[in-house]
Design a protein around this ligand. Structure first.
Ligand code: AVI
Length: 317
């Protein structure tokens, strides 16, 4: 087993590699996963409460309104596999509604975060067995070998995190979850839907500047963890709609010509040049159902809000 210091050293090395590779491209990028250090995770929590960021409260409302039907889809004594632990209230809504759940398996790459959210769930549901798995769910990993056999296995992937994956990654994820749940399995998948562009842009560029702070924090992280001297104050945040990929993109825009170094390597950017930090793809129900089908699933039910902003999809094998 790797201890915490080993894991942190490996993470930092992966961050260094990704940052240097991304900043060396003609169109600079940084993978979105590095947005989530402690400060980034705090800021993301704050984003979910911003008035313009409708996805979290909309999905929560859909889960509340349909908890009974979701529990029926999973069935009695279900083993729930949650990809990305710590959807907090959303997880609790589903667990609360289930008929005698057999086991809850939260899966997350951050061991600390996972332990904290597993503890919270244990306190809230003292009779529920909880078996956390530390793993990157966008790559292959093994489930515990001793999962109970009585109930159905159900995947739970809320939050529209599927939108942060590209098409190939999303398909690989759907196939992996299909393998995990086995032949009798089911899944509940939350996904933000395509809509008018101003609503989307506002959700990713809120007036209070929380999303901007979240985006810019990746530069502060580079300076702190990779010995960088990026002039953070010379950058601004921009949310853009890309029609070809059906995605909101987050960009860090250089407001003036800048030069900086990261881990001893020099970089320069012209005014207006950007670092692309995140894609958040928006689907329609048909498009996502087609992708899920390709991944080995059948669409069983779709639950949505009255404005059809967000969809929670019930899938069966
Ligand atoms: C985590 N993920 C689903 C969020 C999203 O909406 O794509 C991340 C986010 N980025 C900016 N705001 C929220």
């Amino acid at each position: 087993m790797l201890d915490k210091t080993d894991t942190e050293a490996l993470q930092r090395e992966a961050f260094r590699r990704d940052a240097l590779a991304g900043l060396s491209k003609p169109r600079k990028t940084l993978p979105a996963r590095w947005l989530y250090d402690d400060r980034g995770s705090e800021l993301f929590e704050e984003i979910t409460k911003a008035p313009e960021y409708y996805p979290t409260r909309t999905e929560t409302g859909i889960l509340e309104d349909n908890a009974g039907a979701i529990a029926d889809l999973f069935g009695p004594e279900a083993v729930i596999l949650e990809y990305g632990a710590g959807a907090g209230i959303k997880t609790e809504i589903v667990l609360e509604a289930l008929d005698r759940p057999g086991l809850y398996v939260p899966i997350d790459i951050s061991g600390d975060f996972l332990a904290a959210s597993a503890d919270r769930i244990r306190q809230r549901f003292p009779d529920l067995a909880v078996e956390p798995v530390t793993a990157d769910f966008t790559a292959e990993f093994d489930l515990p070998g001793d999962l109970p056999e009585a109930g159905r296995r159900g995947g739970f992937f809320p939050g529209s995190t599927i939108g942060n994956l590209d098409r190939a990654e999303a398909l690989a994820f759907l196939k992996r979850m299909r393998r995990h749940v086995g032949p009798e399995g089911a899944a509940v998948l939350g996904c933000d839907l395509k809509k008018d562009i101003p609503t989307l842009i506002a959700a990713y560029d809120d007036a209070a500047g929380v999303t901007a702070a979240f985006d810019l924090n990746i530069l502060t992280r580079i300076n702190r963890e990779l010995g960088g001297d990026v002039p953070v104050e010379s950058f601004g945040h921009e949310a853009r709609w890309n029609d070809a990929t059906s995605a909101i993109e987050m960009h860090l825009v250089a407001r003036e010509p800048v030069t900086f170094s990261v881990d001893g390597r020099a970089f320069s950017m012209e005014a207006g040049e950007t670092i692309h930090t995140e894609n958040s793809r928006k689907y329609d129900v048909e498009g996502l159902a087609a992708l899920a089908e390709e991944g080995g699933w059948e669409l069983d039910r779709v639950w949505t809000d009255e404005n059809e902003r967000f969809a929670v999809m019930g899938l069966k094998v």
